[in-house]
Design a protein around this ligand. Structure first.
Ligand code: GRF
Length: 206
């Protein structure tokens, strides 16, 4: 009997290279028995939507301007995602902060990829290039990326996988972010495999 495919929803805001890494890993069977049910964006022009469309994956743009506040926005998001009853929700470069209500509706099922070695350089205001700017300013010798479960505490949920990346004296935000992003792609796939095939999947102790 064929195993039912696990359903993934991916939330995006930008270029979607992490989404692409997941799509490619599914296509090459590196990640097995998984399908991306839908890619949802808060930005209409996110290139990630084009990547999904190219693969025939359903997409959805939810316009923040149509909602009075975050609570209403996330209610809509919950309504759309619930229809799929997903096994996993991936924040892949998603820039909106989720409401606690949303997080608790999909407890233990939401993961995020963050471009630093959490708990270092995480939390409010730490996203995108701001993370790498802060890392370089602090003069630490290494950075990296983290995949973690999303809990009510921003960037502080249980870590699923982490990868270190060296920093050189000549690094700029551009060179460092590119080096980290390459590792993000591998780490996200590794983390998904770990979750999907783990006997303890989607359960963690707080
Ligand atoms: C990545 O560094 C991710 O960690 C961050 O946004 C960046 C863009 O990723 N949160 P992508 O190309 O849109 O996947």
């Amino acid at each position: 009997m064929q195993e039912l495919k696990k359903k993934i929803i991916v939330l995006v805001s930008g270029s979607g290279t992490n989404l692409q890494a997941v799509i490619d890993a599914i296509k090459t069977n590196e990640i097995e028995n998984v399908e991306i049910s839908m890619v949802i964006s808060n930005k209409q022009d996110a290139f990630a939507l084009k990547r999904a469309e190219k693969e025939g994956i359903p997409t959805c743009f939810i316009n923040p301007k149509e909602f009075s506040d975050n609570t209403q926005y996330d209610k809509k998001l919950t309504e759309i995602i619930s229809k799929y009853n997903p096994d996993l929700i991936i924040l892949a470069g998603y820039t909106r902060i989720l409401t606690n209500q949303f997080i608790n509706s999909f407890k233990n099922k939401i993961i995020n990829i963050h471009p630093s070695l959490l708990p270092a350089f995480g939390g409010k205001g730490m996203y995108g290039h701001k993370v790498h700017e802060a890392v370089l300013k602090s003069k630490v010798k290494e950075s990296g990326c983290t995949v973690h479960f999303v809990t009510e505490n921003l960037d502080a949920g249980p870590v699923i996988a982490q990868k270190k990346v060296p920093i050189t004296d000549s690094d700029t935000v551009k060179t460092l972010s590119e080096r980290v992003l390459k590792e993000e792609h591998k780490l996200l796939v590794e983390a998904i495999k770990k979750i999907i095939f783990s006997s303890r999947h989607f359960v963690y102790n707080t």
